[in-house]
Design a protein around this ligand. Sequence first.
Ligand code: ATP
Ligand code: MG
Length: 292
Amino acid sequence: MPFIKVENLVHKFFERNNEGEIIDEKNALDGVDFQIEAGQFIAILGRNGSGKSTLARHLNCLLFPHEGSIWIDGNEVKEEDDINIWNNRKNIGMVFQNPDNQIIGTTVEEDTAFGPENLEFSTEKIRDRVDNALKMTGMYKKMNVSPNSLSGGQKQRVAIAGTLAMHPKCIVLDEATAMLDPDGRKELISTVHRLNKEEGITIILITHFMNEAVDADRIFVMDNGMVTMMGTPKEVFSRSDEIKNLGLEMPVMMNVAIRLKNDGYEIPVDVFTIEKLADVYEQLYRKHLNGE
Ligand SMILES: Nc1ncnc2c1ncn2[C@@H]1O[C@H](COP(=O)(O)OP(=O)(O)OP(=O)(O)O)[C@@H](O)[C@H]1O
Ligand SMILES: [Mg+2]
């Protein structure tokens, strides 16, 4: 059994009149199917309104299926099963877009301890979990400062620490880098990759930044409440016309690579980073010098 299995998931939003009668309905999710193995890094892309956040809220049991099913860690999610829902919420940590909305504590330490304190662990166990979570996110030295004094990227790392202290098996980040500056984005993405590689935490990263998706194991592209493309970054971004039709940009470096290829140069299509492009240029230049 995969860690997450979603089958024909449908979610409807209803519009009601003043009498409370339903006058319109819209399928925000319209038959979503996928499976995610434990330890994978998944990026979810898709234009505004395609259903990404609605899907994320299903994974955290904040919403429940109108049709179809979700299994998390072998258990089917059922709205009436409180224990199951509680376990899922512990297992799947969520980090949202606005860092300021996620701060609860007056110090970084207090903020991180909020989850385990609610689980009524012993003081010692809370201490241990908080220390570890802050170390894993590189925020240990800041434990006594006020979260308000931190940069956006640091605040998001504290938000991640708060979910880590619950020992989740998976973290879902819903546009968690959207409000950060480029440095903050880089630092958050590298923290998330480290947690994935070193701690084996499954990551589901929803983003509008293509460059944040290029190192994922797999990419899901959503459109109109459905997952319309699924594959490795190389597979997905090789279909550049479809990507553009789905309202997405291509990763910048790959655009350069595709232009070079169209001009007749022999270069690979999965050039996602400036480092890789520099390598490719160097090889082309050497060939040129050798008269090839
Ligand atoms: N609370 C709600 N009530 C009614 N309709 C909603 C509600 N939340 C979302 N929707 C609709 O459901 C669809 C999917 O929305 P969702 O927020 O999941 O998209 P998204 O892919 O996360 O978009 P974005 O990239 O803008 O965050 C949209 O058409 C949206 O207008
Ligand atoms: Mg959204």
